[in-house]
Ligand binder design. Sequence first.
Ligand SMILES: Nc1nc2c(c(=O)[nH]1)N[C@H]1C(S)=C(S)[C@@H](COP(=O)(O)O)O[C@H]1N2
Ligand SMILES: [Mo]
Length: 253
Amino acid sequence: MSRVSRRALLRGAALAAPGLLLGGCDALGASPSFRDMVLGSGEWLSYRVHRLIGSDALAREFAPSEISPTFRTNGNTRPASPEWQRHAETGFADWRLEVGGLVEAPQRLGLAELKAMPARTQITRHDCVEGWSAIGQWTGVPLGAVLAAARLKPSARYIVLHCADDFDGMAYYESIDLVDAFHPQTILAYGMNGGELPLGHGAPLRLRVERQLGYKHAKFVMRIEAVALLGAVRGGRGGFWEDTVGYDWYAGI
Ligand SMILES: Nc1nc2c(c(=O)[nH]1)N[C@H]1C(S)=C(S)[C@@H](COP(=O)(O)O)O[C@H]1N2
Ligand SMILES: [Mo]
């Protein structure tokens, strides 16, 4: 579904069912602190409508023939961190994804371990907020499988992805709720277009969260943290661009 028609649908649903929308809070993301601290009012509506349309609604997938011949890189393409550079020089052989925070069983997973877990390949369209799109094929492990291994504590509500790169010393990070974290198309990708994930596209691991805009798709992921609230994480708005220029935390397409 195109962004425009999806937006139109969201508007239609909002007009059709205001009572439904505004009535009550459910278990997912509806505490007053979340609503007031993280989401603007229009964004809140879009978030609620998306959640009402369906937690499992899939982003459109495309045929191999539709893969874009070139898929540009955007944002940081080579983290300055000496740690990441050392990993890049050694093919990420000693790199480990850390999974911690509100989990029962913290994990340290190497690329081989991630590749031995269930894998999913999907061809999807990436939409950047700056106005360009590209279709690519992504292969990775469902984030839900990684979180299942780590066993979330009941207090966990959001998943924060900490990245290796920064802008002027401010680390890139992103966060999503548990509905998106366990969505079948939400994967930690280590492969792109049939090959290894290229460095500039976020090696060794990048998020794909297909129902949201490009800036949510954290590249160069080093650490995953389960948290109860976003307000205490870095700038408090759930992501680098959310903290610095006020982009929506919920960037539904
Ligand atoms: N760590 C990190 N992740 C990031 C960015 C970044 O600068 N650093 N840029 C974001 C933006 S705005 C977009 S559009 C996509 C670009 O992904 P690509 O380089 O694979 O095209 O990555 C997103 N994830
Ligand atoms: Mo973007």
